[in-house]
Design a protein around this ligand. Structure first.
Ligand code: ADP
Length: 160
């Protein structure tokens, strides 16, 4: 089975990576789809995010990395994915995630959304927290893949 894992991934964290790894063992194939959201101004360009994910998942079989804009269900159809994978960290994620899942099902009932609960030790992680820590020179090596830690250092040094 092929699962689509859509998100902003600005940047990819070890929590995201854990979800990709578990998705791979459960479903065999995971398409990580980076959203080009015109409403958000990301810290990392689309190309940087695609490169970070490609490098961080190079040890995994069955992962492909792509980008999309527009509707997630259209992206799932384009990539021949049977389900949409999302992560749940806490109750705070639940309401928003449920809203998206219902919306996607109302648009196309063909695609089920499957939620995986986050690994407990990564449940505190979010891309924005990681950026906040890195901005003030904090250590992020236990939060993000090595390639992302390097990019964060470069990004915030050049922003000084
Ligand atoms: P979006 O802007 O679509 O929420 P994110 O990149 O923030 O994109 O998240 C993509 C998906 O990964 C979401 O389902 C989110 O709940 C999940 N996620 C975010 N952080 C973690 C984490 N630390 N562990 C596991 N899943 C996570």
């Amino acid at each position: 089975m092929r699962a689509l894992y859509p998100g902003s991934f600005d940047p990819l964290t070890l929590g995201h990576l854990d979800l990709i790894e578990r998705g791979c063992s459960l479903f065999g194939e995971v398409v990580v789809a980076v959203l080009q959201n015109p409403g958000k101004s990301p810290a990392f360009s689309l190309d940087q995010r695609l490169e970070q994910i490609t490098q961080a998942t190079s040890h995994l079989h069955g992962v492909t990395v792509t980008n999309f804009n527009g509707l997630t269900v259209n992206c799932a159809r384009e990539h021949d994915a049977q389900l949409i994978l999302r992560g749940l960290r806490a109750m705070s994620d639940f309401e928003y995630e449920l809203q998206i899942a219902h919306t996607n099902r109302s648009l196309d009932a063909e695609f089920e959304t499957i939620f995986l609960s986050t690994a407990a030790h990564y449940s505190f992680l979010s891309s924005s927290v990681v950026k906040e820590v890195a901005r003030f020179g904090g250590r992020v090596e236990h939060m993000v893949p090595a390639v992302v830690a390097e990019d964060l250092k470069r990004f915030f040094n050049s922003a000084l």
